[in-house]
Design a protein around this ligand. Sequence first.
Ligand code: SF4
Ligand code: SF4
Length: 225
Amino acid sequence: MDCERDKIVEIFGDSSLGECLGELSGIYSQIESETDDFCRSHNIHCTGGCGTCCEHFVPDITPAEAKLVAAYLLLVKKDIELINRLQQPNGGQCPLYDRDNPFHCQVYPVRPLICRLFGQCASRMKDGTAVFHRCKFDGGRNMPEELVFGPDSGVRTMDEYGIQIHALDSGNSDTTEDLDIAVTKALNEVAMVASYMGILGRPSNDDDDSTPTPTPTPTPTPQAS
Ligand code: SF4
Ligand code: SF4
């Protein structure tokens, strides 16, 4: 497991939010391990420093994924400017992308499913074969152009991971929304639970705990309404 995700899961303990985030984090760990193996086995590498896939793209994410990003922003990142960026039009670019930061993604440990799979995973065709296509932005041609695997190859595909993630929201795949909208909504819920549990604004002896107080200024009004 990623230690920053562990920290969030631990904070929310055995609350229903904590259980949901714990399950999601477990699936992400499994995906990290399996996509690493897949990429290593087939010599798939992104071009160093590339982040083009985030530049003209806002990912669709599930409510559970949005809650994990919201919890990360509120309790780990603690970056009000970044939270406010969710409400600012960004020309169709992910609001959590930072071109000037070498790591680009500002929520990397909790990035949603599609960001984990793009350029790293095969897709299932109607005839059951799994096909991997090179990312069109891979200017360095660091990936094989195409890989095809038979239906019984055991290669995991995007749709299989998607089913696992949607199961956390009762299997309802109609609940995905653009990241900025979904996370803005989730910030309200996560801040409310955290306040109720005494996490936000709680006096602490832990020197490292500079968690913002519950002034949910960091929880802007959902854009969708
Ligand atoms: S969440 Fe991160 S990885 Fe995904 S599109 Fe935004 S910046 Fe890119
Ligand atoms: S998936 Fe493609 S665009 Fe995204 S970082 Fe890798 S090479 Fe770049």
